[in-house]
Design a protein around this ligand. Structure first.
Ligand code: SF4
Ligand code: SF4
Length: 247
């Protein structure tokens, strides 16, 4: 059983959902099978919805997520309840098959899809992607700072401290020399700029592509992706406002 948020949970072992339904003698529910097929899902407004999410190695995750997104959106629109209450939890169905890596990505996407409020959903995606990037940077030590000088600046003539947290004094004409970004406080970024976090200079081989980050690839439209790509030196709040506006 997997906890999706404080309330919703999903079974992840074959037969558990069926057993639970039988032991509680439940009726008045509709099980919707979610796979990567393109057929339309019909929702019975009189029933509570449970999902049976089927995935495997060869499955197209993007198509499955799209189907799940559309189905949850329909449920929210028609005000159909998703899941059956069990104590203080809400069981929303089952996930069957697949690898652990794919399951992790899928779980993140299910969590996001269940958030009906646009701003909350975007904020969740933003914070989750930043958290994953922070963990990756910390674990892999890509920038390898020593005495405040990163690997990218160590071999430069001028040993600039604080890595790439510098912007042009005249950003429009890209002239006037560089100054430290105003968000840099006590050697740390005081905002969470997703664009800066996604950037790696030529000294680092690893590149973060938006199409490889499911929460961005599957949940953001082309304008939102452009915002994520180009909003260097910008506060988290400003970027989230822009993303919400273009949703
Ligand atoms: S991305 Fe490159 S320039 Fe920026 S902090 Fe890391 S190593 Fe330095
Ligand atoms: S916004 Fe970007 S450039 Fe400015 S401090 Fe934060 S990470 Fe550095």
């Amino acid at each position: 059983m997997i906890e999706l948020n404080g309330k919703d949970i999903i079974f992840n072992e074959k037969g558990n959902l069926k057993d639970w339904i039988n032991s509680h003698q439940l009726n008045n529910f509709q099980i919707i099978v979610i796979n990567d097929g393109k057929e339309n899902v019909k929702i019975n407004k009189k029933h509570t919805i449970l999902f049976s999410i089927n995935f495997n190695e060869t499955l197209n995750l993007k198509q499955l997520i799209n189907k799940l997104k559309k189905t949850i959106k329909k449920c929210h629109k028609k005000k159909v309840k998703i899941g059956i209450e069990n104590g203080n939890k809400n069981i929303i169905g089952e996930i069957l098959g697949g690898s652990i890596q794919k399951e992790d990505k899928l779980i993140e996407c299910i969590k996001v899809s269940l958030i009906a409020d646009k701003r909350k959903r975007i904020k969740y995606i933003y914070e989750q992607v930043c958290k994953d990037l922070d963990e990756d940077f910390e674990k892999s030590n890509y920038c390898d700072f020593k005495n405040d000088i990163c690997i990218g600046k160590r071999n430069c003539k001028e040993k600039v401290t604080m890595g790439c947290c510098h912007k042009f004094k005249n950003p429009i004409t890209m002239s006037g020399g560089l100054k430290e970004c105003p968000y840099l406080k006590n050697k740390h970024c005081s905002t969470e700029c997703i664009t800066c976090k996604l950037f790696t200079c030529d000294a680092i081989k690893v590149k973060f592509r938006l199409k490889d980050i499911p929460l961005i690839a599957y949940y953001f439209n082309p304008i939102q992706k452009l915002i994520v790509k180009t909003s260097f030196f910008t506060s988290k709040e400003k970027i989230i406002d822009r993303l919400v506006f273009w949703q």
